[in-house]
Unconditional design. Structure first.
Ligand SMILES: [Zn+2]
Length: 331
């Protein structure tokens, strides 16, 4: 597979020296969906975190509905047809319906009611696996109770810049009768194209991070968000089919989050785009990416390009991101 890219050159006269200056913009085409993305020279658009998140956590904790004293009283329960106990619990993780639903079945799962402040470097494989397990059980319970809802996804808005309205770290699940736009796009990619993409990246080695057993991890050639990683799980189409792979996925995700923490990032988005269970030839697609760090008057990484052109402009080269992450996936 040939990856498509075009180099654009912007010319201007420098304000200080009066000399001609050229800037290169690398426009890349995603090999799976065809969307385009702009890789810019590093301009420091994503500075590392220097904000006291722990102090902010202390400040907003007393009103938090996901903390131990309030979670029982302030969060809703699942209808009995979906779960007899109203909440799904694995280890410390607790799942309940999203009070502000985004779909016919919309849930929130906290890593632990005790962990109101959970920087990325402290998300352990155990915490991640237990939280994913609540989501997998939820997807199965919903599909059993409502067989028309076959499209499930596991997602995260982590920390306010990512879109999270609550500070307390959590995952979110959606199960619906129809897919989201990107869920539909990736589900429509022919099976052979996924194989070709993964073979090409594995051979090139530049962005390929590793195979943790059944899950293959790489850095996106044409990312839609900063420091974007993708993972593919051949033979699994839906989060509902994940039970035996939860530990392996949790391992890869904590590798990624640990690397993000090392790079100075504390906010991310995650999506695992499920297709209906049993969809032949569709490998479960996962995408995870960083968002701007929180601080007063911070710059959002989502500009007119991302929101209105659906075209990312990113100053972190995917190949440099891969360099930072590769060691964690090869141990
Ligand atoms: Zn809390």
């Amino acid at each position: 597979m040939e990856f498509e890219r075009t180099r654009l050159v912007a010319e201007m006269i420098a304000p200080d020296t009066g000399e001609l200056v050229c800037t290169e913009v690398d426009v890349r085409v995603d090999p799976l969906t065809g969307h385009t993305s702009r890789i810019l020279p590093n301009r420091g658009l994503m500075p590392p975190n220097d904000f006291d998140l722990e102090a902010l956590a202390r400040e907003n904790q007393e009103r938090c509905p996901f903390c131990p004293d309030r979670i029982e009283r302030l969060t809703p329960k699942l209808p009995p047809a979906i779960h007899p106990h109203g909440r799904i619990v694995h280890g410390e993780a607790v799942l309940f319906p999203n009070l502000h639903a985004y779909s016919s079945h919309s849930c929130v799962s906290v890593y632990s009611p005790q962990l109101h402040y959970l920087p990325l470097g402290r998300i352990t494989e155990r915490l991640m696996a237990d939280n994913l397990s609540t989501q997998v059980e939820y997807a199965n319970a919903v599909m059993a109770a409502d067989p028309d809802s076959r499209w499930s996804s596991i997602n995260a808005n982590h920390m306010l810049p990512s879109g999270s309205s609550l500070f307390h770290p959590h995952l979110q699940g959606i199960v619906d009768p129809s897919p989201t736009t990107l869920q539909r796009q990736v589900a429509n990619v022919p099976a052979a194209r996924f194989d070709d993409y993964l073979d090409t990246e594995r051979r090139a080695g530049v962005r390929f991070l590793g195979n943790t057993g059944r899950v293959q991890w790489l850095v996106s050639f044409a990312p839609i968000a900063p420091a974007e990683l993708r993972a593919f799980v051949p033979g699994i189409a839906s989060p509902a089919e994940l039970p035996e792979l939860v530990a392996e996925l949790a391992h890869g995700l904590t590798n990624a989050l640990g690397a993000y923490a090392d790079m100075g990032f504390e906010s991310f988005n995650l999506a695992m785009y499920g297709a209906p269970p049993g969809t032949v030839g569709y490998p479960l697609n996962l995408r995870i990416a960083c968002r701007s760090n929180l601080k007063p008057l911070y710059r959002s990484d989502s500009t007119f390009l991302e929101r209105l052109h659906w075209e990312a402009a990113i100053d972190l080269a995917p190949e440099d991101v891969a360099e930072r992450l590769r060691g964690r996936f090869r141990t």
